[in-house]
Write a protein of this length. Structure first.
Length: 137
């Protein structure tokens, strides 16, 4: 397997809903494994996600899980997920879906560096940056 860099998101009990939402946004294959799948079938958190991975047709990989019992959950404090490229239609489509029901910090618009850029936080509290550059010719 090739080494890859991708975000890993932590959730406060709604990892399944969040990862299914991201699958609706980006498409692809979603694998979800619960704590119950890994040897704790009777535990209160057995239906929570221990590890989820979404692999999309565009080559994105997004991983996530519910915060394990006994660990603190602090949403959005130390990361953003960045989407960038030159496919205006594709990236605007992602922006529309991610920002719907969330909040927009920077509207998706032309910026001083020449690209179209925006920042939003989706309805699950995940901060996103979208940067659309001119196609490389």
């Amino acid at each position: 397997m090739v080494s890859r860099l991708n975000p890993y998101l932590s959730f406060d009990g709604d990892a399944r809903q969040a990862l299914e939402f991201y699958k609706e946004v980006f498409g692809g294959d979603l694998a979800l494994n619960t704590y119950g799948n890994f040897g704790e079938p009777g535990a209160p958190e057995s239906d929570k996600i221990m590890h989820g991975m979404l692999e999309t047709p565009s080559g994105f990989t997004l991983m996530g899980s519910d915060t394990p019992p006994g660990m603190d959950y602090t949403p959005g404090s130390n990361f953003s997920v960045s989407l960038s490229g030159d496919d205006d239609t594709e990236l605007r489509g992602y922006w529309e879906k991610l920002s719907a029901g969330g909040s927009v910090a920077v509207p998706l618009d032309k910026q001083m560096w020449g690209d179209i850029f925006g920042m939003c936080t989706d309805r699950f509290g995940t901060p996103w940056m979208v940067n659309i550059s001119e196609p490389q010719g």
